[in-house]
Design a protein around this ligand. Structure first.
Ligand code: FAQ
Length: 312
């Protein structure tokens, strides 16, 4: 079939709300955009284990330790579903992992900030998982079947992560003055970086228009950022936590909370490798990859032996 006709049919399928599955024809750009986005998402889940993983041995009680351990394991699982979803597009997982380890792949800016206190663990759950849920509930309805289904499952688990994070902060906010101060300090440090997780303003987002045309993204970065702010402001008020932005004011006309302009220079520095923890995160991932070499070799040997046994 002629390429123009194929594209027309593909776009009609997208417009009528049909889901695209791996074996169906898709334009090269659609495939490339999905590989870019899904692999960045997978890397984010894997690198995202590091700031919280550092706190597992320092969790303040057995109950907190069990919840944090389960959360960090869930993030690993999300990374694995996502690498599998990317593989349905014809790319091999080890290539994607190599790109992450050699520093050419992106992962979410937010994981280049340090988790300095136990309250940071609460804020990561409340803000970072909260932001991920806002973004990924939309992606769970995207046009590519394997990515939509992965996000559906991820969102269910992220809801538990967000609740446990909010509960940590609510508990600290009701505690001693020192605990309250620790919670407020973590909120102050994570608020603006979390807002930047949604990506640059739509006017500076080179990918949004194409992604939205093909229903990979159903909403722009600014709309999702605003939704997150609208959901989070009342949650902060409910536990007497202040968001560190004096310009957060309810706008009667728009029905949304206004907020200060964000520091996009900081965002671009972080995503170009100059954030506070970029080097540390990559070093830790490389080390983990190296430490896991024997497991990969053993499973390859086992798989080859099984193949030989099956032939015999
Ligand atoms: N960080 O044109 P746009 C989580 C890049 S999962 C780094 O607007 P797009 C779970 C972007 O890639 C969090 N880079 O891009 C968890 C592009 O660069 P490129 C991750 C960013 O794709 C919780 C350039 O800037 N979620 O948190 C960022 O339309 C707790 C121009 O930007 C996902 O990945 C950023 N924040 O929109 C785990 C969801 N923003 O590739 C552990 C899927 C933008 O052209 C603990 N991804 N860039 O060189 C998406 O929804 C989208 O890709 C956006 C960006 C919204 C991230």
């Amino acid at each position: 079939m002629d390429e123009v006709l194929r594209l027309k049919e593909f776009e009609e399928r997208i417009e009528s709300g049909q889901v695209i599955e791996p074996k169906q024809w898709m334009p090269d750009r659609y495939r490339k955009q999905l590989i870019r986005m899904i692999s960045q998402h997978a890397h984010s889940e894997i690198v995202g284990m590091l700031p919280e993983g550092n706190w597992i041995t320092r969790a303040p009680s057995l109950r907190r330790k069990m919840a944090l351990l389960a959360k960090v394991q869930d993030e690993a699982g999300h990374g694995l579903y996502l690498y599998s979803a990317a593989e349905t597009l014809g790319v091999e997982r080890h290539h994607l992992i190599d790109q992450l380890l050699c520093g050419t792949a992106k992962y979410s800016s937010i994981f280049n900030y340090p988790a300095l206190s136990w309250a940071d663990i609460g804020v990561i759950g409340w803000f970072v998982d909260g932001a991920a849920i806002v973004n990924q509930t939309m992606l769970a309805k995207c046009s590519y079947g394997p990515y939509a289904r992965a996000n559906l499952r991820i969102c269910k688990e992220e809801s538990f992560h967000k609740k446990q994070g909010y509960e940590i902060i609510a508990t600290l906010a009701e505690g001693t003055p020192k605990q309250k101060e620790m919670a407020q300090d973590a909120v102050n440090r994570w608020w603006f970086p979390t807002l930047m997780m949604f990506g640059p303003p739509d006017s500076d987002s080179p990918n949004s228009a194409e992604l939205m045309k093909w229903r990979i993204k159903l909403k722009g970065n600014d709309e999702l950022r605003q939704r997150f702010i609208d959901l989070t402001v009342p949650q902060a008020k409910a536990i007497n936590i202040k968001l560190p932005d004096p310009q957060i004011v309810f706008n009667e006309q728009t029905g949304h909370w206004d907020y200060s302009p964000l520091n996009w220079q900081e965002f671009y520095e972080v995503i170009s490798g100059k954030g506070p923890c970029n080097k540390e995160r990559l070093k830790a991932r490389k080390q983990a990859h190296e430490n896991g070499r024997w497991v990969r070799l053993a499973s390859e040997a086992y798989a080859s032996k099984k193949q030989i046994d099956n032939l015999a």
